[in-house]
Design a protein around this ligand. Sequence first.
Ligand code: GRF
Length: 205
Amino acid sequence: MPARKKIGVLISGRGSNMMSILDACERGEINGDVVVVISNKANAEGLQKAAARGAEALAVSHREFPDRESFDRAVVEKLEKREVNLVCLAGFMRLLSSWFVSSFRNRIMNIHPALLPSFPGLHGQKQAVDHGVKISGATVHFVDEKLDHGPIIIQRAVEVRDDDSDDSLSERILKIEHQIYPEAVKLFCADRLRVEGRKVFIQDK
Ligand code: GRF
């Protein structure tokens, strides 16, 4: 078994994906621990949930920095101080600078509520309903310099029903998100992910 990994989670809101990762760590399914949760919004619901679980929960407001990179530098400094191996974006509503991405190349994951490359950006679920697709889902991918673009680790599909609203589809997709994000983190922490260009290969145990 490889050395236990240190995970940092970045959030901006509710934090249900963060909780799914924390839960899987606590159940012993992941060879790692969430060592810090950072929110760019001090009032994020997820911060209180993380603190209630005994995780270190910090607010770093982007408003206190003159530009994106100085905010990113403050966040990266906190992650590096805690020797974080893997950064999980979980509803983190800020674009990362290329400096941040290259500081943690192939060590930043994101979850997106659609089957990328379809429906990147905000409101992936609403985009799917409006477009009339029959299948959507969720994607966990490594983060690169472009929005919702990096190498794909896991995707899972859900049916889009004729009577689906944005909310009903979001609810069904969220259940899938809570399955595949911890799965992807588990694979990373077991050193089972190999990235070659755009492709992520899952290696046997
Ligand atoms: C999720 O739908 C995720 O896919 C998207 O933002 C939402 C965050 O929800 N990136 P939560 O904060 O994890 O509950």
